[in-house]
Design a protein around this ligand. Structure first.
Ligand SMILES: Nc1ncnc2c1ncn2[C@@H]1O[C@H](COP(=O)(O)OP(=O)(O)O)[C@@H](O)[C@H]1O
Ligand SMILES: [Mg+2]
Length: 306
């Protein structure tokens, strides 16, 4: 046991990723309960401050994916309330959630990202931007997750439709060069790379459907890449994690081109935590069973608050 304090697993929330959050949160709750911790599950809505106080929560285990749970808002609120919490702090969470802001930090640290352009509906009006890198392009909202609003443009005449789809989730969107090759996700736990997984979706890309429908994606652990490529993916991912000052457990999404060069797509500061989610799969190969991983994340939060 790393603490005898009352832990609240914060789950649910109001973002588009609510359903996934409920699944992660319940799995975390069961694991902590099984380990003998004093734990309650708190489904978070607008009344969160009242709930946390009423429940007497001393440590928050965050299972809120997307929206205010992952973008630094809840983290800031918990700082104000003086409640310690798992994972990254306010700034790292906020920057990681915003794909434009995080790319700027990555570039500053020479961390490779795909060529990209940001479009803002407020200034772009109806004009389509000129893109000076070759097709295909990936169009995505600047601040979403779970592949929501993401599409791949293979022919220029599909561009406008893709932009409209991404605008449905925010006024800033990103057009990126499609990196042909493999998709690898790297897990970092309390400052160390614990491994990676290769995702091979049977659909066009690792879309919402491919992520959450069982059987649509093949997961290969460890990834089928040369040792040197895997090593480079790991160091690149760790550099990305450190560049934003992330803490606890993070999962970096990377594309690896045909020559073995890694490109960081994004950092997930509250990665999926169902027993079948990717980070738990990576952790299992590194010797952490699910409760062991959850306890390690908790340990990180306690260490932080000391
Ligand atoms: N530049 C890219 N090249 C190839 N595939 C991409 C690229 N950007 C995104 N994708 C595909 O879209 C998925 C979701 O993109 P990502 O940037 O990770 O956003 P999200 O936050 O929605 O997960 C990725 O897992 C990948 O399959
Ligand atoms: Mg992703």
């Amino acid at each position: 046991m790393v603490t005898d304090k009352r832990i609240g697993v914060l789950l649910g929330g109001t973002s588009a990723e609510r359903e996934v959050s409920l699944r992660s949160g319940h799995a975390i709750y069961q694991a902590l309960k099984g380990l003998g911790y004093i734990v309650v599950a708190v489904d978070v809505g607008q009344d969160i401050c009242t709930l946390l106080t009423a429940e007497g929560i001393q440590i928050a285990f965050l299972a809120l994916h997307g929206g205010y749970g992952e973008n630094g808002s809840i983290q800031g609120m918990l700082e104000v309330l003086g409640i310690s919490y798992t994972g990254s702090g306010v700034l790292a969470s906020a920057v990681a959630m915003d794909k434009e802001a995080s790319k700027k930090v990555f570039l500053y640290h020479d961390i490779p990202v795909p060529p990209y352009v940001v479009i803002d509906r407020k200034t772009a009006e109806d004009r389509l931007p000129t893109i000076d890198f070759s097709l295909p392009w990936v169009v995505k909202p600047a601040s979403e997750g779970s592949s929501i609003g993401v599409s791949i443009v293979r022919q220029e005449h599909d561009f406008r439709k893709a932009i409209e789809q991404a605008y449905a989730y925010g006024s800033r969107i990103i057009v990126e060069q499609y990196i042909d090759g493999k998709e690898i996700q790297i897990g970092v736990l309390n400052g160390k790379v614990i491994g990676g997984v290769e995702v091979r979706p049977s659909l066009e890309f690792y879309s919402y459907e491919a992520k959450y429908t069982s059987g649509l994606t093949e997961y290969i652990l460890p990834p089928e890449v040369d040792d040197a490529v895997y090593e480079r993916a790991g160091t690149t991912a760790l550099k990305a994690h450190q560049s934003l000052g992330c803490k606890g457990a993070t999962r970096m999404d990377l594309r690896i081109d045909r020559q073995g060069n890694p490109y960081v797509l994004e950092i997930n500061t509250i990665p999926g935590m169902t027993e079948t989610s990717l980070l738990p799969k990576i952790a299992r190969l590194a010797g952490y069973d699910f409760p062991g991983l959850i306890e390690e994340i908790l340990r990180g939060a306690i260490h932080e608050s000391e």
